[in-house]
Design a protein around this ligand. Structure first.
Ligand code: MIC
Ligand code: SF4
Length: 754
């Protein structure tokens, strides 16, 4: 069996004692988040009341999960750590590298042959170091984790921002960069600033067209894309208890879109049913014995404002279905206001494609609800107006919904079933009606909708909604359609209305699957050799980054001053670039090509200060590097939001960027920069952003006295001979300063292992 029952049982059997020790110290009621964090301290001797949002704390997670596009870099780094085996249970999942083109079977075959070198590498490394390997086609990481590994009260890190999905099964599951995963796999502590806590109280009950997706679409509107930074959201209340386990997963999954460290729910009847339904009755039984410890204390939920830093209350009885977008997942519209928004903002009204599924919203319940709408279209003689795709989250879900005839229903309205993989969600989509320039609208049940993400077209307006709303919109083909109130004309010219969706939480006949795609690692992998061809275009062994030279960083050139949204998709684009995720030099050719240059409002066009000419960002960075000159990137708010991909930190490092100076950072990206030995700084006064000119030579001063307490100084030498000086804040603690000095966290591990 793939999961580790022993480990879970051992943890549960000592949980009561552990919590007693914590209680004796804190002497107050605790939320579930705190229970999990405090029982996963790396060094229990450090136990004390931690300052939320202040103290850095060392944790010891129970497991590590990696997906193919990030695992390559994580494992290339792990190979340098000098260990024989991973210290905690870990898995690799092949899901991101499969391109959607014609349909599941053919696309999977193509992916297996085009990515052979990478899949073989991941499979061999996994085999060698004791890592479970989920083959291409097995499913998308987060769905597979929910079905197989997540357990209430556990702690996990994963090299993907949507690792947080496992909060639906009561886990503290956090997205990290590969270097963080390496620490844990090497048996070292994993460090996180103790988060602040947001309590989300759900009252009432989901009904009608409203689903779990709408809870998080609403929360995203309330908190915005940076409102969750440094915070964990804990959901509770009678409304929470009525949401299915996979629905809870959906809510937690999209917590990544508000920058939240993670989100979670307490153990309840729905989780118990899901564990049983996914053949983990023994985990449910073990959890039942300690159920009171796997949820927040009643005092906390009775008076949340006393115990959480912030409380949000949502009445599910009144919650409307939402549609969020375009270009940002927090642009939230209740469906009753959406038609007006489409007209007022000039969003393209004709819908071109509807896409359901992905790592979220691909549960049995989601598929049955969407299929109930599709069936109505068939029954009521409605023609479907647009293209429609369905992405099952795992082979287990695909096999089961196929067995139960649901895929047939989608087929009848022209739906195409794609491989159990990320596909269009991450730009792995050979879109049929793709005109790269045309303004157009698509709607998905995915989670992210940043510009260019799905099909590379900056004019594609991507909206996010629940699978049932997406299906209804697909039938209508018109963004101003509101299925709750409007009717459609059928083939006979009659006016017909779609009725409320109906879903089934768990399959009546249970889940089944023929081959779940799991490959267990060798007991002893010492004989396995890992070979990387020196001339490979896809994989490249890593060279350590150079240590800090011991001096202030002076004479750096401004590489780009990025304006507005600069997500990890802007910094290191995915889609076609995913093929270079294991080759640092090749993937560096996409560095910041999506970022908007403040000075000319263009993308991938910056002034090369050595020649005065306009050049592409990667090429200009390489020119500075070749001339032995450091460079600096300046950015706006929430820089690096989105993905966990550490390439967004390694690429600038590789191309000679020394400093990233921004108004604010997204959490994972800030840590990734630190791990790779970069200086990630924020303007002490955000208005200083305006002082940075295109032809500046820039210095960062005070590094010899670099300490957690002191700010650093930035000096701008303008081309006209004038200068500006201002302070920059940083959040480096002593350990992180040591990474900076050593050139990277990995350099430090290697030095310590020698
Ligand atoms: C995403 O949804 O953006 C991704 C692709 O899953 C990323 C990981 C990656 O860039 O490989 C994420 O969310 O972390
Ligand atoms: Fe894959 Fe999309 Fe989920 Fe990321 S958000 S893991 S790309 S399905």
């Amino acid at each position: 069996m793939a999961f580790d029952l022993d480990l879970i049982q051992r943890y549960y059997s000592s949980l009561a004692d552990q919590l007693e020790t914590v209680r004796a110290k804190l002497n107050r009621p605790m939320s579930l988040t705190e229970k999990i964090l405090y029982t996963h301290l790396y060094n229990t001797g450090d136990l004390k009341e931690f300052q939320r949002g202040g103290d850095y704390v060392n944790f010891s997670p129970d497991r590590v999960a990696m997906q193919d596009a990030t695992a390559q870099m994580a494992l290339l780094q792990f190979m340098q750590a000098g260990k024989d085996k991973v210290a905690v249970p870990s898995t690799v999942h092949c899901d991101h590298l499969i391109q959607a083109k014609v349909g599941a079977d053919d696309d999977l075959k193509t992916a297996i042959s085009t990515n052979k070198e990478v899949f073989d590498f991941l499979s061999n490394v996994s085999n060698k170091y004791g890592i479970g390997f989920w083959k291409p086609g097995a499913g998308i990481i987060h769905q597979v984790i929910l079905e197989n590994y997540a357990f209430p009260g556990g702690m996990m890190i994963g090299t993907d921002s949507h690792t947080v999905n496992a909060g639906g099964l009561g886990m503290v599951a956090i997205g990290v960069g590969g270097a963080d995963a390496v620490d844990v796999m090497a048996g070292m502590p994993w460090e996180l600033k103790f988060p602040k806590l947001i309590g989300v109280k759900l009252t009432g009950k989901l009904n009608g067209w409203t689903s779990a997706k709408d809870v998080i679409l609403k929360v995203a509107g309330v908190l915005t894309v940076k409102g969750g930074t440094g915070k964990i959201l804990e959901y509770f209340g009678e409304g929470a208890e009525n949401i299915s386990c996979t629905g809870k997963g959906t809510i937690c999954n999209m917590g990544a879109e508000i920058g939240a460290t993670t989100s979670l729910f307490g153990y309840d009847e729905k989780m118990r049913a899901y564990l049983r339904g996914t053949e983990r009755a023994d985990v449910a039984e073990a959890a039942d014995k300690v159920a009171a410890h796997l949820t927040g204390d009643p005092e906390v939920y009775a008076a949340p404002e006393k115990y959480f830093d912030e409380v949000i209350e949502i009445n599910l009885d009144e919650l409307e279905p939402h549609i969020n977008g375009p270009f940002s997942p927090d642009k939230a519209w209740p469906i009753s206001e959406f038609a007006r928004a489409v007209e007022e903002n000039g969003y393209p009204r004709d819908l071109e494609v509807g896409l359901i599924g992905s790592c979220t919203n691909s549960s049995y319940e989601d598929i049955t609800r969407a299929a109930s709408i599709a069936q109505q279209a068939v029954d009521k003689g409605l023609k479907v107006a647009t293209e429609f795709t369905i992405t099952p989250g795992s082979e287990q879900v695909r096999y089961t919904v196929d067995r139960d005839g649901l895929l047939d229903v989608f087929g009848k309205i022209g739906g195409v079933v794609l491989a159990n993989a990320c596909g269009p969600c991450i730009g792995q989509w050979a879109r049929h009606n793709a005109d790269k320039e045309k303004k157009n609208s698509i709607i998905t049940s995915f989670n992210r909708n940043f510009a260019k993400r799905n099909d590379g077209n900056p004019n594609t307006h991507a909206f996010v909604a629940s699978p049932e709303i997406v299906t209804a919109m697909t039938i209508a083909g018109d963004l101003t359609f509101n299925p709750l109130t409007d009717s459609l004309t059928n083939e006979k010219g009659e006016q017909v209305k779609l009725e409320e969706p109906r879903g089934i939480e768990m399959p009546a006949m249970g889940f089944s699957v023929e081959d779940n795609g799991y490959q267990a690692p060798a007991e002893d992998g010492s004989h396995i050799d890992i070979n990387v061809a020196p001339d490979s275009r896809r994989l490249q062994l890593l060279d350590p980054f150079a240590p800090w030279e011991g001096e202030d960083l002076t004479g750096m050139k401004l590489l780009i001053k990025a304006e507005g949204k600069c997500t990890t998709d802007h910094i290191s684009m995915a889609g076609p670039w995913l093929r270079y995720r294991g080759h640092l030099d090749n993937i560096s050719n996409n560095l910041l090509i999506g970022a908007v240059n403040f000075f000319n409002k263009k993308t991938n066009a910056v002034t090369n200060q050595l020649t005065g000419e306009t050049g592409e960002v990667p090429e200009t960075a390489r020119a500075y590097k070749a001339a032995g000159i450091g460079s600096i990137v300046v950015g706006d708010e929430n820089y690096g939001e989105g993905s966990s991909r550490e390439h967004a930190a390694m690429e600038p490092r590789h191309l000679g960027v020394r400093v990233v100076l921004v108004k604010s950072f997204a959490r994972i990206h800030e840590t990734n920069l630190k791990k790779q030995g970069m200086l990630g700084l924020t303007f002490a006064d955000k208005d200083d952003y305006d002082k940075v000119r295109e032809d500046d030579t820039i210095s960062v001063l005070g590094l010899r006295k670099f300490s957690p307490e002191n700010n650093l100084l930035v000096r701008l030498d303008h081309a006209d001979g004038t200068t500006d000086e201002f302070e920059a804040n940083h959040t480096y603690n002593e350990t992180q300063i040591a990474w900076f000095r050593a050139g990277s966290a990995l350099n430090l591990i290697r030095m310590q292992n020698q």
